[in-house]
Design a protein around this ligand. Structure first.
Ligand code: NAP
Length: 248
């Protein structure tokens, strides 16, 4: 039996980093946020608690976005509970960096499967629900390197460039059903993902940011919130860069 929720929001990879900030940006009494993660159950419980502390409601589930059946079951459960999906944010992503000549097929496939194919699986499952509703907002979290390229990230930047083409194509397919599809391309944002970078690489990255600071997960969450609001109802198929001027 569907609960009495006015809006259902689905965020992939909501246990940490940018995904957690996006879940928090949707913390309000009328919204049920569902998010998934791949392994970090403790971090997921912390996201649920933070959203509850901010007067919202969030439910985390361990679902691998690269597994189509698991994704379909996840979306089915959400629809069973709330009867709808209003917002999908394809945020889950990984890096497996290395120079092209040393990059293994496995590292290429893992990054493509989670970042790009995972977005395809989630979007396909959620779009079916949104098309019946004749409304919805989809936001794909791509990356500055999907536009600029980056040495050592052939797999990652290809997956993120793929998400940009995916965003534009799906925006054209779903527009007539009242569904917007946009992408947000973060620059250098302080999360576990960037904490893995060496001091030297971090310093070089900071030197390329005109606004002279790293971004925060909230800088991305705010733009996602905007793109899923009535204020952005005439925006679709766009890539919004949020990078402190790092790529202009
Ligand atoms: P993060 O801190 O590493 O968090 C990644 C999130 O994705 C975690 O919640 C993780 O769950 C989840 N995840 C990973 N693999 C998954 C899978 N197979 N199925 C479901 N969930 C999975 O990363 P982040 O920095 O917040 O990045 C979020 C997104 O922004 C990514 O798409 C990333 O490419 C993009 N981005 C980040 C930056 C940056 O500077 N940080 C810049 C540009 C773009 P577990 O904890 O369970 O693993």
């Amino acid at each position: 039996m569907a609960e009495n929720t006015k809006r259902t929001v689905v965020v992939t990879g909501g246990s940490r980093g940018i995904g957690r900030a996006i879940c928090l940006a949707f913390a309000d009494a009328d919204t049920h946020v569902y998010f998934n993660y791949s392994s970090a159950a403790t971090a997921a419980a912390e996201t649920e608690k933070l959203v509850a502390d901010a007067s919202g409601k969030a439910t985390g589930m361990c679902v691998n976005v690269a597994d189509q059946k698991s994704v379909e079951d996840f979306m089915d459960k959400i629809v069973e509970e709330t009867g709808r999906i209003d917002v999908l944010v394809n945020n889950a992503g990984i890096t497996k960096d290395g120079l092209l000549v040393r990059m293994s097929e496995q590292d290429w496939d893992d990054v493509m499967d989670i970042n790009l194919k995972g977005s395809f699986f989630c979007t396909k499952a959620a779009a079916r629900v949104m098309m019946k509703q004749r409304s919805g907002n989809i936001v794909n979290i791509t990356s500055v390197v999907g536009a600029s390229g980056n040495a050592g990230q052939a797999n990652y930047s290809s997956s993120k460039a793929g998400m940009i083409g995916f965003t534009k194509s799906v925006a054209k397919e779903l527009a007539a059903r009242g569904i917007t599809v946009n992408a947000v391309a973060p620059g250098y944002i302080e999360t576990d993902m960037t904490a893995e970078m060496s001091e030297k690489a971090t310093a070089a990255m900071m030197g390329r940011i005109p606004l002279c600071r790293a971004g925060k997960p909230e800088d991305i969450a705010g733009v996602v919130r905007f793109l899923t609001s009535d204020m952005a109802s005439y925006i679709t198929g766009q890539v919004i860069h949020v990078n402190g001027g790092m790529y202009i």
